[in-house]
Design a protein around this ligand. Structure first.
Ligand SMILES: Nc1ncnc2c1ncn2[C@@H]1O[C@H](COP(=O)(O)OP(=O)(O)OP(=O)(O)O)[C@@H](O)[C@H]1O
Ligand SMILES: O=P(O)(O)OC[C@H]1O[C@H](OP(=O)(O)OP(=O)(O)O)[C@H](O)[C@@H]1O
Ligand SMILES: [Mg+2]
Length: 285
Protein backbone atom coordinates (compact mmCIF):
# COMPACT_ATOMS: atom_id res chain seq x y z
CA UNK A 1 0.00 0.00 0.00
CA UNK A 2 1.18 3.49 -0.87
CA UNK A 3 0.81 5.81 2.16
CA UNK A 4 -0.05 9.42 1.33
CA UNK A 5 -0.58 12.46 3.59
CA UNK A 6 -3.38 14.84 2.51
CA UNK A 7 -4.42 18.16 4.12
CA UNK A 8 -7.45 17.70 6.39
CA UNK A 9 -8.54 21.39 6.53
CA UNK A 10 -7.73 24.92 5.38
CA UNK A 11 -7.16 26.28 1.85
CA UNK A 12 -5.27 23.20 0.65
CA UNK A 13 -7.78 20.60 1.70
CA UNK A 14 -10.65 21.09 -0.80
CA UNK A 15 -8.52 21.50 -3.95
CA UNK A 16 -6.24 18.58 -2.94
CA UNK A 17 -9.17 16.21 -2.43
CA UNK A 18 -10.80 17.43 -5.68
CA UNK A 19 -7.59 16.72 -7.61
CA UNK A 20 -7.19 13.25 -6.07
CA UNK A 21 -10.83 12.45 -6.83
CA UNK A 22 -10.30 13.59 -10.44
CA UNK A 23 -7.28 11.28 -10.58
CA UNK A 24 -9.53 8.34 -9.72
CA UNK A 25 -8.76 7.92 -6.01
CA UNK A 26 -11.40 7.36 -3.38
CA UNK A 27 -11.73 10.28 -0.94
CA UNK A 28 -13.26 10.41 2.54
CA UNK A 29 -16.99 11.17 2.76
CA UNK A 30 -16.88 12.54 6.28
CA UNK A 31 -14.59 15.31 7.49
CA UNK A 32 -13.91 13.45 10.76
CA UNK A 33 -12.30 10.44 9.04
CA UNK A 34 -8.55 10.43 9.75
CA UNK A 35 -7.49 7.52 7.54
CA UNK A 36 -9.05 6.19 4.36
CA UNK A 37 -8.03 3.00 2.60
CA UNK A 38 -8.59 2.86 -1.17
CA UNK A 39 -8.20 -0.88 -1.77
CA UNK A 40 -8.74 -0.70 -5.55
CA UNK A 41 -5.78 1.64 -6.01
CA UNK A 42 -3.82 0.18 -3.08
CA UNK A 43 -3.41 3.55 -1.41
CA UNK A 44 -3.91 4.61 2.21
CA UNK A 45 -4.69 8.33 2.71
CA UNK A 46 -3.84 9.99 6.05
CA UNK A 47 -5.75 13.24 6.64
CA UNK A 48 -3.36 15.48 8.59
CA UNK A 49 -3.00 19.15 9.53
CA UNK A 50 -1.33 20.97 6.61
CA UNK A 51 1.42 22.31 8.90
CA UNK A 52 2.33 18.79 10.06
CA UNK A 53 2.49 17.04 6.69
CA UNK A 54 6.16 17.73 5.86
CA UNK A 55 7.15 16.55 9.35
CA UNK A 56 5.26 13.28 8.93
CA UNK A 57 6.69 12.70 5.45
CA UNK A 58 10.26 13.42 6.58
CA UNK A 59 9.85 10.89 9.41
CA UNK A 60 9.69 8.18 6.75
CA UNK A 61 6.52 6.20 7.57
CA UNK A 62 4.49 8.00 4.89
CA UNK A 63 5.76 7.74 1.31
CA UNK A 64 4.57 11.11 0.02
CA UNK A 65 2.31 14.03 0.96
CA UNK A 66 0.50 17.04 -0.44
CA UNK A 67 1.26 20.37 1.22
CA UNK A 68 2.16 24.01 0.51
CA UNK A 69 5.77 24.83 -0.37
CA UNK A 70 5.67 27.58 2.30
CA UNK A 71 4.61 25.03 4.91
CA UNK A 72 7.43 22.72 3.81
CA UNK A 73 10.05 25.46 4.24
CA UNK A 74 8.46 26.65 7.49
CA UNK A 75 8.63 23.17 9.03
CA UNK A 76 12.36 22.85 8.35
CA UNK A 77 11.61 19.16 7.66
CA UNK A 78 13.96 17.10 5.53
CA UNK A 79 11.57 16.77 2.56
CA UNK A 80 11.55 17.93 -1.07
CA UNK A 81 9.05 18.86 -3.78
CA UNK A 82 8.58 16.22 -6.50
CA UNK A 83 5.55 17.69 -8.34
CA UNK A 84 4.11 21.24 -8.09
CA UNK A 85 0.30 21.08 -8.33
CA UNK A 86 -0.71 24.57 -9.52
CA UNK A 87 -3.25 25.39 -6.80
CA UNK A 88 -3.00 27.41 -3.53
CA UNK A 89 -0.67 29.80 -5.34
CA UNK A 90 0.39 32.60 -3.00
CA UNK A 91 3.30 34.73 -1.89
CA UNK A 92 4.65 35.12 1.62
CA UNK A 93 5.26 38.76 2.52
CA UNK A 94 5.97 41.32 5.20
CA UNK A 95 3.34 44.03 5.77
CA UNK A 96 2.87 46.99 8.07
CA UNK A 97 0.88 50.23 8.41
CA UNK A 98 1.66 52.44 5.39
CA UNK A 99 4.69 54.68 5.92
CA UNK A 100 5.99 52.88 9.03
CA UNK A 101 8.49 50.45 7.47
CA UNK A 102 10.07 50.59 4.03
CA UNK A 103 12.42 47.62 3.87
CA UNK A 104 13.80 44.64 5.76
CA UNK A 105 16.63 46.85 7.11
CA UNK A 106 14.01 48.75 9.19
CA UNK A 107 12.97 45.58 11.03
CA UNK A 108 15.82 45.60 13.59
CA UNK A 109 14.35 45.76 17.10
CA UNK A 110 10.75 45.43 15.87
CA UNK A 111 8.23 42.68 16.70
CA UNK A 112 6.89 40.60 13.79
CA UNK A 113 3.69 38.54 14.20
CA UNK A 114 3.34 35.41 12.06
CA UNK A 115 2.05 31.84 11.95
CA UNK A 116 5.22 30.88 10.02
CA UNK A 117 8.13 31.52 12.42
CA UNK A 118 10.32 29.04 10.54
CA UNK A 119 10.23 31.04 7.29
CA UNK A 120 10.57 34.40 9.07
CA UNK A 121 13.46 33.35 11.34
CA UNK A 122 15.37 31.86 8.38
CA UNK A 123 14.81 35.01 6.29
CA UNK A 124 15.89 37.36 9.10
CA UNK A 125 18.98 35.26 9.82
CA UNK A 126 19.97 35.31 6.12
CA UNK A 127 19.52 39.10 6.05
CA UNK A 128 21.41 39.50 9.36
CA UNK A 129 18.51 41.40 10.96
CA UNK A 130 17.76 41.09 14.68
CA UNK A 131 13.99 41.29 15.29
CA UNK A 132 11.54 39.54 17.64
CA UNK A 133 9.03 37.08 16.26
CA UNK A 134 5.71 36.40 17.99
CA UNK A 135 3.69 33.33 17.02
CA UNK A 136 -0.04 33.66 16.29
CA UNK A 137 -2.19 30.83 14.99
CA UNK A 138 -4.07 32.91 12.39
CA UNK A 139 -5.76 36.22 11.56
CA UNK A 140 -2.35 37.84 12.02
CA UNK A 141 -3.47 40.95 10.08
CA UNK A 142 -5.20 42.11 13.29
CA UNK A 143 -2.02 41.90 15.39
CA UNK A 144 -0.82 45.41 14.53
CA UNK A 145 -4.11 47.16 15.35
CA UNK A 146 -4.22 45.33 18.68
CA UNK A 147 -0.65 46.24 19.62
CA UNK A 148 0.88 42.74 19.54
CA UNK A 149 3.40 43.63 16.80
CA UNK A 150 4.49 46.46 14.46
CA UNK A 151 4.92 44.16 11.47
CA UNK A 152 3.33 40.94 10.20
CA UNK A 153 4.54 38.24 7.83
CA UNK A 154 1.78 36.23 6.17
CA UNK A 155 0.40 34.48 3.11
CA UNK A 156 -0.90 36.94 0.49
CA UNK A 157 -3.05 35.88 -2.42
CA UNK A 158 -5.37 38.70 -3.56
CA UNK A 159 -4.22 41.17 -0.88
CA UNK A 160 -7.83 41.63 0.31
CA UNK A 161 -7.08 40.63 3.92
CA UNK A 162 -4.23 43.18 4.10
CA UNK A 163 -6.32 45.95 2.53
CA UNK A 164 -9.19 45.26 4.93
CA UNK A 165 -6.77 45.62 7.84
CA UNK A 166 -5.29 48.89 6.44
CA UNK A 167 -1.87 47.31 5.87
CA UNK A 168 0.62 47.43 2.98
CA UNK A 169 3.29 44.98 1.87
CA UNK A 170 6.90 46.16 1.83
CA UNK A 171 10.14 44.66 0.48
CA UNK A 172 10.43 41.77 -1.96
CA UNK A 173 8.25 38.67 -1.47
CA UNK A 174 9.94 36.36 1.05
CA UNK A 175 8.86 33.37 -1.04
CA UNK A 176 6.36 32.13 -3.61
CA UNK A 177 4.32 29.05 -2.87
CA UNK A 178 1.90 26.57 -4.40
CA UNK A 179 0.65 23.16 -3.38
CA UNK A 180 3.03 20.31 -4.20
CA UNK A 181 3.66 16.60 -3.77
CA UNK A 182 6.61 16.11 -1.43
CA UNK A 183 8.74 13.16 -0.32
CA UNK A 184 11.52 12.61 2.21
CA UNK A 185 14.69 14.14 0.73
CA UNK A 186 16.48 11.55 -1.40
CA UNK A 187 14.00 8.80 -0.42
CA UNK A 188 14.69 5.44 -2.06
CA UNK A 189 11.54 3.38 -1.52
CA UNK A 190 11.46 -0.29 -2.47
CA UNK A 191 10.73 -0.90 -6.16
CA UNK A 192 7.04 -1.84 -5.69
CA UNK A 193 6.34 1.40 -3.78
CA UNK A 194 8.38 3.41 -6.29
CA UNK A 195 6.17 2.07 -9.11
CA UNK A 196 3.04 3.10 -7.20
CA UNK A 197 4.51 6.59 -6.60
CA UNK A 198 5.26 6.96 -10.31
CA UNK A 199 1.72 5.87 -11.19
CA UNK A 200 0.32 8.38 -8.65
CA UNK A 201 2.41 11.22 -10.14
CA UNK A 202 1.38 10.26 -13.71
CA UNK A 203 -2.27 10.39 -12.68
CA UNK A 204 -1.87 13.86 -11.12
CA UNK A 205 0.09 15.06 -14.16
CA UNK A 206 -2.82 13.76 -16.26
CA UNK A 207 -5.22 15.90 -14.23
CA UNK A 208 -2.96 18.97 -14.61
CA UNK A 209 -2.83 18.51 -18.39
CA UNK A 210 -6.58 17.80 -18.65
CA UNK A 211 -7.22 21.03 -16.73
CA UNK A 212 -4.92 23.20 -18.78
CA UNK A 213 -5.56 21.91 -22.34
CA UNK A 214 -8.61 21.55 -24.59
CA UNK A 215 -9.01 19.32 -27.64
CA UNK A 216 -9.51 21.38 -30.82
CA UNK A 217 -11.02 20.04 -34.06
CA UNK A 218 -11.45 21.99 -37.28
CA UNK A 219 -11.66 21.67 -41.05
CA UNK A 220 -9.35 23.60 -43.33
CA UNK A 221 -8.30 23.74 -46.96
CA UNK A 222 -5.21 21.66 -47.69
CA UNK A 223 -3.29 24.69 -49.00
CA UNK A 224 -3.71 26.41 -45.58
CA UNK A 225 -2.70 23.35 -43.57
CA UNK A 226 0.89 24.36 -42.82
CA UNK A 227 -0.17 27.74 -41.42
CA UNK A 228 -3.03 26.17 -39.46
CA UNK A 229 -0.73 23.55 -37.95
CA UNK A 230 1.70 26.30 -36.93
CA UNK A 231 -1.17 27.75 -34.84
CA UNK A 232 -2.07 24.36 -33.34
CA UNK A 233 1.16 22.34 -33.12
CA UNK A 234 -0.22 20.13 -30.31
CA UNK A 235 2.04 18.19 -27.97
CA UNK A 236 3.55 15.70 -30.45
CA UNK A 237 1.94 16.74 -33.72
CA UNK A 238 -1.69 17.21 -34.89
CA UNK A 239 -3.74 14.38 -36.41
CA UNK A 240 -4.71 15.13 -40.02
CA UNK A 241 -7.56 13.19 -41.71
CA UNK A 242 -8.87 13.61 -45.26
CA UNK A 243 -12.40 15.00 -45.69
CA UNK A 244 -14.86 13.64 -48.26
CA UNK A 245 -14.77 17.05 -50.00
CA UNK A 246 -11.62 17.16 -52.07
CA UNK A 247 -9.00 19.71 -51.03
CA UNK A 248 -10.15 19.80 -47.36
CA UNK A 249 -8.66 18.13 -44.27
CA UNK A 250 -9.79 17.72 -40.67
CA UNK A 251 -7.26 18.62 -37.98
CA UNK A 252 -7.27 17.50 -34.33
CA UNK A 253 -4.83 18.95 -31.80
CA UNK A 254 -4.41 19.76 -28.09
CA UNK A 255 -4.35 23.52 -27.38
CA UNK A 256 -3.62 25.36 -24.10
CA UNK A 257 -7.07 26.28 -22.70
CA UNK A 258 -6.00 29.86 -21.95
CA UNK A 259 -5.16 30.43 -25.66
CA UNK A 260 -8.15 28.62 -27.16
CA UNK A 261 -10.34 31.63 -28.06
CA UNK A 262 -7.43 33.48 -29.70
CA UNK A 263 -6.40 30.37 -31.64
CA UNK A 264 -10.02 29.89 -32.83
CA UNK A 265 -10.08 33.51 -34.06
CA UNK A 266 -6.78 33.06 -35.90
CA UNK A 267 -7.91 29.75 -37.48
CA UNK A 268 -11.17 31.32 -38.61
CA UNK A 269 -9.28 34.23 -40.17
CA UNK A 270 -7.19 31.64 -42.04
CA UNK A 271 -10.36 30.11 -43.53
CA UNK A 272 -10.74 27.15 -41.15
CA UNK A 273 -14.36 26.23 -40.37
CA UNK A 274 -16.32 23.94 -38.00
CA UNK A 275 -13.83 24.82 -35.26
CA UNK A 276 -14.78 22.93 -32.09
CA UNK A 277 -13.16 22.71 -28.67
CA UNK A 278 -13.95 19.99 -26.15
CA UNK A 279 -12.79 19.44 -22.58
CA UNK A 280 -10.28 16.70 -21.83
CA UNK A 281 -11.42 14.65 -18.84
CA UNK A 282 -8.27 12.64 -18.22
CA UNK A 283 -5.04 11.79 -19.99
CA UNK A 284 -1.68 10.06 -19.81
CA UNK A 285 1.00 11.76 -21.84
N1 LIG B 1 -5.78 32.83 0.53
C1 LIG B 1 -4.96 31.91 0.07
N2 LIG B 1 -4.78 31.74 -1.24
C2 LIG B 1 -3.95 30.82 -1.73
N3 LIG B 1 -3.25 29.98 -0.97
C3 LIG B 1 -3.40 30.09 0.34
C4 LIG B 1 -4.26 31.05 0.93
N4 LIG B 1 -4.22 30.90 2.25
C5 LIG B 1 -3.37 29.89 2.46
N5 LIG B 1 -2.85 29.40 1.33
C6 LIG B 1 -1.91 28.30 1.14
O1 LIG B 1 -2.40 27.19 1.87
C7 LIG B 1 -1.52 26.87 2.94
C8 LIG B 1 -2.36 26.48 4.13
O2 LIG B 1 -3.01 27.62 4.60
P1 LIG B 1 -4.33 27.55 5.43
O3 LIG B 1 -4.55 28.90 5.98
O4 LIG B 1 -5.39 26.94 4.63
O5 LIG B 1 -3.92 26.50 6.49
P2 LIG B 1 -4.07 26.64 7.98
O6 LIG B 1 -3.76 28.04 8.38
O7 LIG B 1 -3.30 25.50 8.53
O8 LIG B 1 -5.62 26.33 8.13
P3 LIG B 1 -6.66 27.28 8.83
O9 LIG B 1 -6.40 28.67 8.29
O10 LIG B 1 -8.00 26.74 8.42
O11 LIG B 1 -6.38 27.11 10.28
C9 LIG B 1 -0.68 28.13 3.13
O12 LIG B 1 0.54 27.84 3.70
C10 LIG B 1 -0.55 28.62 1.72
O13 LIG B 1 0.40 27.84 1.02
O1 LIG C 1 -4.54 37.88 0.15
P1 LIG C 1 -5.82 37.19 0.47
O2 LIG C 1 -6.56 36.73 -0.76
O3 LIG C 1 -6.70 38.00 1.38
O4 LIG C 1 -5.47 35.80 1.22
C1 LIG C 1 -4.57 35.75 2.29
C2 LIG C 1 -5.24 35.36 3.57
O5 LIG C 1 -5.67 33.98 3.52
C3 LIG C 1 -5.10 33.24 4.61
O6 LIG C 1 -5.90 33.32 5.73
P2 LIG C 1 -6.96 32.23 6.21
O7 LIG C 1 -8.28 32.51 5.61
O8 LIG C 1 -6.43 30.86 6.01
O9 LIG C 1 -7.07 32.55 7.76
P3 LIG C 1 -5.97 32.33 8.90
O10 LIG C 1 -5.19 33.61 8.94
O11 LIG C 1 -6.79 32.13 10.11
O12 LIG C 1 -5.12 31.16 8.54
C4 LIG C 1 -3.83 34.02 4.91
O13 LIG C 1 -3.36 33.75 6.23
C5 LIG C 1 -4.23 35.46 4.70
O14 LIG C 1 -4.84 35.98 5.85
MG1 LIG D 1 -4.82 29.90 7.28
Amino acid sequence: MLRIAVPNKGSLSGPASAMLHEAGYQMRKESKELVLVDPVNEVEFFYLRPKDIAIYVSAGKLDIGITGQDLLIDSGADAEVILPLGFARSTFRFAAKPGTVSGIEDLAGKTIATSYEGIVAKHLAEAGVNASVVHLDGAVETAIELGVAQVIADVVETGTSLRNAGLEVFGDPIMKSEAAVIRRTGAEPDPAVQLKIEQFLRRLQGVLVARSYVMMDYDCRAEHLERAVALTPGLESPTISPLHNEGWVAVRSMVPAKDSQRVMDDLYALGARAILTTAIHACRL
